[in-house]
Design a binder for this molecule. Sequence first.
Ligand SMILES: C[S@@+](CC[C@H](N)C(=O)[O-])C[C@H]1O[C@@H](n2cnc3c(N)ncnc32)[C@H](O)[C@@H]1O
Length: 302
Amino acid sequence: MNQEFMNTIHNCTIIHGDCLKYFSNKKSAARVDLTFLDPPFNQDKEYNSWNDNLPEDTYWQMMKDVCAGVFEITSDGGAIYFMQREKNVKFVLQCLDKTGWTFQNLIIWKKKTSAVPCSYKFGKQYQVIAFATKGKKSRVFNRLRISPPLPPNYKYERENGLYLTDIWDDIRELTAGYFAGDEAIKKENGERFHKQQSPLALLVRIILSSTKIGDTVLDPFAGTGTTLIAAGQMGRKAIGIEIDSDNTKGIQSRIEEMSQADNVMRFYKEYGYTENLKEIWSVDSMYALTHKKAQPNLSLAL
Ligand SMILES: C[S@@+](CC[C@H](N)C(=O)[O-])C[C@H]1O[C@@H](n2cnc3c(N)ncnc32)[C@H](O)[C@@H]1O
C-alpha cells in the first residue's frame, strides 16, 4: 500500500505514509506550486516512526530523492523552501543543484530565542532556509512589505514599511517555555506534542511570498500540519504527508478544531504595506474556514 489513508478537510489533504512512496507513484501525485521542506535533521532526536540517526550518506541520498521527487511534480517556476541546520548548508545546496532546482536565496531565519552558549565556538542563533525555483524565474514572487520596529538610533518613522529581505529576524521559534503562547500544541501532561512544530508566522510568510490564491502547497514532512493550517486559511490548496500515525491524527484534529491560536489573521497587519495584499491574501476564505465546523471526508487511497 502506498498511503495508509488520505483525508481531505476543506482545502487540506492529509496523507499518512512515506513521502518517498508518494513521489514514486507519480500518477497519483498532484501538481504543486510550492513545497516547504522541514525534514528531521538526522540529529538523533526522538521520533516515533523515524530513525533520526541514519548514516550521513543515506540521509543525504534520501533528501536528494525527495528534492528530485518534488521537482518532477512542481509547476514551471514553482518554488521550494528547504529548511535545515546552518552547518548543513553545503549539502542542502548540493541536493537542490543536483536535482535541477535554481538557487534564489539563502534565507537566514534568526530565531528570536536566545542562543545556547558553546565553549569552543559561537552560540548558534539561526537556521537556514534555501529558496529555489524550477527554472530561472519564479512563477509567483510577491514583494512583501513589513514594518518592523525602528532601531533606537532612527529618527523618523518609515512612511510605508520596507521590502522583506533574506534575513528574517522577526519570527519567534516555538518553545515550551514562557514565550510559547498557545500556538505550541501540548499533550495533557503539558509536554509539547511535537518538538519540531514550526511557527505559523514562518509558513504564512513563505506561502504569501511564493503563491497566489488557488495554488497548491505541499509539505512532505508535515509534522503537526503547520503548512496546511496556514495554506488552507489563505485560500490555497494544501497537501501534507506524514509518516507517523499519531501526528497524522493530530493534524486532522488541528484542522477540524482550528483554534484561535491558529488563526493566521493575527499576522495580516504585519504585511499591511504590501501593495497587492488584498489580491494575495483571501480574508473571506479564512473567515469561512475558521467559523464553519469542519466535516472530515474520509476516503481511502491506495
Ligand atoms: C521536523 S518535523 C516537521 C515539523 C513541521 N514543520 C511542523 O510544523 O510540525 C519532520 C516530520 O517528518 C516526519 N517524517 C519523517 N520521515 C518521513 C517520511 N519519509 N515521509 C513523511 N514524513 C516523514 C516525522 O515524523 C516528523 O513529524
